[in-house]
Design a protein around this ligand. Structure first.
Ligand code: NAD
Length: 466
């Protein structure tokens, strides 16, 4: 078997029938163990008690094949705890989650603006929160494994399908979710893609009789999508953050693309004239927009500015305390993991020293002194600094500190990317020099050494393959 899934574990939501069942069955046929989730609701949403009957029926059929094993889960994906429960089911049975296919979905006959709040909540709940909930619950396991494959099911209706507005709006959100969480996933081997399926199922079977429905029923069986979806879930597939339309034994790549940004002066007349140039059906000159940076660069920002923007947003949520490592002697070299917050968030730098009395301050060389709020020794050997970073975090931060008045430590921290510190800085203890020339010389030697440790920036890594 060239594409084997033995030893892998998948969760497929809404897999009691239709497309979800086809994916679960196909993966199991290739040796994958599968959690078959379905709450047994109807096509227009669910308002009763979830149950696992539909999922259990599907599981019986899959287990009868005698390949990968299946277990049933009747949770509601729209519920935070529901998603936690289906991940717990996978962990309880097989100890891991490699694949997550967010497939559960509902539809609506309502035509905009004739919709009510409950209808909107239902769609956001199942389609948007459903995917966020399951991804959030599976994420720590995938991070631990440094491996994951996620499929989020949108719909080609998001491209424009006049009568329904709520359904395609909710489906569009999955593109934003996938393209952004997909960046985070790159640090952990977690790939994710969006699919726009077309198949004859319970849902599409609601279409009125006619040649469209007949064509769909004849050529668009759910089974025909499964190989492409399974390939996107395979370890051999390194594609991530893309969108594919799949159905009827065919598939295509769907992209976001942009024209060159063309200049306008401060008049509406030029806006009108330039819009005529942009609004052409000749799309041959369009550029792929693989990330927000492509758009920013199109508007004139440099790679370095984009990188800084990224680092700033990536560090916004950092609250984790710094890992402290014991310092045994003045010349010791030790590793620190420093998470650098921005704005008025607090940064706590904790160093352990066997030296006893330690005093110090924290200095960010590139962006000037940061406000030092506190520097005290705790438990006899732990220096705790608390500082408030008053300026946006740049890509690199250099901290220097005084230790025992005559010892100097210094180091470089390469900024955190999406909550992950890219480089554990080397800080080395050095004496403070009395002679300013000697001090400058030593600092520049140390700087050169630290520069050599710098890793390539996010952009160069992101576009390395381009
Ligand atoms: P389907 O109705 O046969 O399958 C959807 C399944 O999701 C059902 O078994 C249902 O019980 C389950 N479900 C609904 N809400 C749930 C919840 N809160 N928690 C757990 N399970 C839930 O329809 P399908 O055509 O197989 O649709 C699968 C997915 O593909 C859906 O997301 C749908 O929007 C999408 N889609 C389908 C088509 C198509 O042509 N069939 C086109 C575009 C998008």
């Amino acid at each position: 078997m060239s594409f084997d899934f033995s030893g892998k574990v998948a969760i497929v939501t809404g897999a009691g029938g239709g497309l979800g069942f086809a994916y679960a069955k196909y993966l199991a046929e290739k040796g994958c163990n599968v959690v078959v989730n379905d709450l047994g609701g109807d096509t227009f949403g669910y308002d009763g008690q979830p149950n696992s009957k539909v999922a259990e029926e599907a599981v019986k059929k899959i287990n009868a094949l005698g390949k990968g094993k299946a277990v049933a889960n009747g949770s509601d994906v729209a519920k935070f705890e529901g998603a936690e429960a289906m991940v717990a089911t996978a962990i309880k049975h097989w100890g891991r989650v490699d694949i997550l296919i967010n497939n559960a979905g509902i539809t609506s006959p309502a035509v905009f603006p004739d919709i009510d709040r409950a209808e909107v909540d239902l769609h956001i709940g199942v389609h948007v929160m459903g995917a966020i909930n399951t991804m959030r619950a599976a994420w720590p396991h995938m991070v631990k494994q440094k491996y994951g494959r996620i499929i989020n099911t949108a719909s080609d209706s998001m491209l424009g399908f006049a009568p329904q507005v709520v359904y395609p709006t909710a489906k569009s959100a999955l593109v934003g979710l996938t393209r952004n969480a997909g960046l985070l996933g790159q640090n952990y081997g977690i790939n994710m893609n969006v699919i726009l399926p077309a198949a004859f199922t319970r849902m599409s079977g609601l279409l009125p009789p006619g040649s469209f429905r007949d064509h769909l029923e004849r050529d668009f069986q759910p089974d025909r999508l499964a190989p492409v979806v399974a390939y996107l879930c395979h370890e051999k597939c390194d594609i991530t953050r893309e969108i594919f339309s799949i159905g009827g034994g065919k598939f295509s790549r769907v992209v976001m693309a942009s024209s060159d940004a063309i200049p306008v002066d401060m008049t509406m007349e030029t806006a009108e004239a330039q819009l005529k140039k942009v609004m052409t059906d000749d799309v041959s000159g369009l550029k792929l927009m693989k990330s927000t940076f492509d758009d920013l660069k199109n508007l004139g920002f440099s790679d370095a500015e984009c990188q800084m923007f990224y680092d700033m947003s990536a560090t916004q949520g950092e609250h984790t305390p710094i890992t402290a490592v014991k310092i045994d002697s003045v010349d010791n070299v030790w590793d620190l993991v420093i998470k650098s917050p921005v704005g008025d968030q607090m940064s706590t730098l904790v160093l352990k020293s066997s030296g006893g009395k330690v005093t110090g301050h924290v200095l960010n060389k590139e962006h000037g002194n940061q406000q030092v709020l506190e520097g005290r020794v705790e438990n006899g050997d732990t220096l705790v600094w608390k500082c408030k970073l008053t300026k946006p975090v740049p890509m690199t931060l250099t901290y220097t500190a005084q230790v025992d008045k005559d010892q100097r430590i210094g180091g470089k921290v390469v900024g955190t990317l999406m909550g992950k510190t890219v480089m554990d800085s080397k800080f080395s203890g050095k004496p403070v020099f009395g002679d300013p020339a000697e001090k400058a010389k030593a600092e520049s030697a140390q700087q050169a050494q630290l520069d050599g440790q710098k890793k390539p920036g996010f952009l160069s890594r992101l576009f390395a393959k381009a």
